[in-house]
Design a protein around this ligand. Structure first.
Ligand code: PRX
Length: 653
């Protein structure tokens, strides 16, 4: 964090200035009933709520109690039957420059057709379905078709492997899977259906699979289970949207935490819909004729909230891109922005840093003057990347909206809010809380931290976007998020508040890594390593990485019988195949033994400290479960071990 950089002169486009933000924020805190009632009318409801919030089940909160609505109706029908019927909902583009434009009317037809097919395949309100698709139009269509009939969907990121899919399907009990023959990435076909076939061998609940023909590669179709998408949809079908209760579940999205298995974060219909739609307006102030590009993957919360629900509910036109930013050439992203005259670009610090490395000439060669607002998400953005983004991409004319939020928060919680006029920006700070959000920083001793003092970030009062629970895990919901401070939500992040009340996010305070903005649990990686059958013990931690934010470092003890020669490649291939490339460690170090406590717990922090030559004088801070003697012994032994095995920081694989 740069201590107190001068606020930039953004007031000119901050219409109508900080005054309005302060007023709106104050109202949200002083009179939440009125504030959230007004906010709720951003959606159409079949019947109005009885009350704004029910706190009787704390820490579970029910929003817009007994209100009835359908988010597919809100996202599609009200535009498709009105003045936006011919407006583009999505401009889909791929790496080769192919383009497909889907209007709101076209989206409506597609959603209805698939919803009808799902009903005909026996899917009903409350059933779970899994979606494993590349970034193609059918992905939002599948989510909206499920939402239309009240089926709870879980989107599985298309980079995950068979075991990761099976874990998610088994946890939520999905009855149906929607996938494609394949997806394109960097000129290659990713064989999605083949991965699904392997995943389904590990699951029992999936009865049918719908397959979109996208790449045209050869695949196996299992008679009686697998159906081509184009064979089961009829263009003229219409399905009356299900009247969903505001607090019925809409989707489950799995995210990494401090334990091995990802947690199923459940979001509802009403509160979630209200929150994502309002926050997009507050933070980015999108306009009717804008082309909005949220360049995330739909498989993550960013895509759910800000490629699918919020922009569609607002009737915006989104770019939907299947491919990499720097393929086939390093300026692919700038080509798209220039050709499609994108007004708002929303991407991650990792992407910004990677593009920055290619050099300024790539953006310079394209006309980026259509850009009005820039956004960042997923990890802290360092001031150098912020400034490059602001100067070289935004031509020092576009505010950088650094949105801080999480899968669990549903939508943005701390972010500049040009829609309601916010204070000057500071490079690297997510700035101020959005209306309704009351952040507080707590120090080690449980007291509120002083300004400038690093601590744990909590959000003190509930807001409509907060998840409605964790799938089948009441205990974890209570202990992880609400167990540390009574009725305050724990984010798991470190933060500091400066003297102007600005928040600076400082990374995770738990065993969670942020690798290229992806959320990965160290224990999840250790489990993946162990599951290859080649590894006896594993210790995993994160290390600062210039582009990716963090990279994964692992220290392994091989199982007896594993040959050292091919071990690293075999382990990497095994993880890639079963879990996906995300979980493959960047560095694998093989050692003979790892430091452990008497109770057998691997001392991850000691491994990290020794590896980084950073043993603090007071070693008691390193482990909670071991004595000082034990820790000193472990450090000495591990240092010798590293020397003997020839591992050093330079020799990473
Ligand atoms: O550590 C914070 C970081 O990403 C975590 C949430 O990850 P996930 O649930 O995958 O959602 C990512 C997309 C919202 C947070 O706990 N994070 C997210 N946005 C920011 C951030 N850290 C700093 N600044 C941000 N803008």
């Amino acid at each position: 964090m740069s201590d107190s950089p001068n606020p930039l002169p953004f007031e000119s486009f901050m219409n109508p200035g900080l005054g309005k933000y302060a007023r709106v924020y104050r109202e949200s805190i002083d009179n939440p009933e009125k504030f959230y009632s007004d906010a709720g009318w951003i959606l159409d409801w079949y019947s109005k709520w009885d009350s704004i919030i029910d706190k009787s089940g704390e820490p579970y909160y029910r929003w817009y109690v007994n209100g009835k609505l359908n988010l597919s109706y809100n996202a599609v029908d009200r535009h498709a039957n009105g003045i936006r019927r011919n407006k583009a909902a999505y401009i889909w583009v791929d790496e080769k420059g192919n383009e497909k434009i889907v209007t709101y009317r076209g989206l409506y037809k597609r959603v209805n057709a698939l919803a009808k097919a799902l009903l005909e395949m026996g899917i009903r309100k409350g059933d779970r379905i899994a979606i494993y698709l590349p970034m193609i139009i059918e992905e939002p269509v599948a989510m909206l078709a499920a939402a239309r009939i009240g089926a709870v969907f879980t989107v599985i990121f298309s980079g995950f492997g068979a075991e990761a899919i099976a874990d998610r399907v088994n946890d939520c009990g999905a009855k149906l899977m929607i996938t494609a023959d394949g997806g394109f990435r960097r000129g290659k076909i990713i064989p999605l259906k083949e991965t699904v076939d392997r995943a389904l061998e590990l699951t029992k609940t999936v009865e049918s699979v719908i397959v979109v023909k996208h790449t045209g590669n050869e695949i196996n179709m299992t008679e009686g289970r697998d159906y081509w998408y184009h064979d089961i949809i009829r263009e003229k079908d219409y399905v009356e949207p299900e009247r969903m209760d505001s607090n019925d579940p809409l989707f489950i999205l799995y995210t990494s935490g401090t334990t091995g298995k990802p947690k199923g974060v459940v979001h509802g219909n009403g509160g979630y819909g209200v929150w994502v739609t309002n926050t997009l307006k507050w933070a980015f102030d999108p306009q009717e004729s804008d082309r909005w590009w949220c360049a995330a993957d739909i498989g993550w919360i960013t895509g759910h909230s800000y490629i699918v629900f919020a922009p569609l509910i607002l009737g915006l036109t989104s770019i939907l891109y299947e491919g990499s930013f720097d393929y086939p050439t390093p300026d692919q992203i700038w080509k798209i922005i220039s050709y499609y005259e994108v007004d708002i670009l929303y991407t991650s610090p990792t992407a910004i840093r990677a593009l920055m490395k290619y050099g300024d000439e790539y953006p310079k060669n394209h006309n980026l003057s259509s850009l009005r607002v820039l956004g960042s998400v997923g990890e802290p953005i360092n001031p150098v990347a912020w400034e490059w983004y602001y100067e070289k991409i935004g031509n020092s004319q576009c505010p950088v909206i650094d949105t801080y939020w999480q899968t669990e928060t549903g939508g943005f919680v701390i972010s500049p809010a040009i829609g309601i006029g916010v204070a000057p920006l500071k490079p690297g700070s997510a700035t101020l809380p959005l209306p309704g959000i009351e952040p507080v920083i707590i120090d080690q001793s449980g007291k509120e931290a002083e300004n400038g003092e690093k601590g744990f970030l909590f959000l003190k009062r509930p807001w409509p976007g907060l998840m409605i629970g964790l799938n089948k895990d009441d205990q974890k919901y209570r202990s992880l998020y609400f167990g540390k401070m009574s009725n305050a939500y724990f984010t798991g992040d470190y933060a500091v508040k400066d003297k102007d009340g600005y928040f600076w996010l400082l990374g995770r305070a738990d065993e969670v890594l942020k690798v290229s903005g992806h959320r990965i649990g160290t224990i999840e990686v250790e489990d993946a390593l162990l599951s290859t059958g080649l590894v006896a013990e594993a210790g995993v931690f994160g290390k600062t990485h210039q582009v990716k934010g963090e990279s994964i470092v692992s220290f392994l003890v091989l199982g007896s019988g594993t040959s050292l020669d091919s071990a690293v490649d075999t382990i990497k291939n095994g993880i890639r195949r079963n879990f996906g490339s995300l979980l493959v460690p960047d560095e694998i170090h093989i050692v003979g033994s790892l430091p452990k406590t008497r109770s057998g717990k691997i001392m991850r922090r000691i491994i990290k400290a020794v590896y980084q030559d950073q043993i603090p004088g007071d070693v008691t801070t390193l482990e909670s479960e071991a004595s000082v003697e034990e820790i000193k012994e472990a450090i000495d032994k591990f240092k010798k071990e590293l020397k003997a095995s020839g591992n050093s920081r330079q020799r990473s694989q």
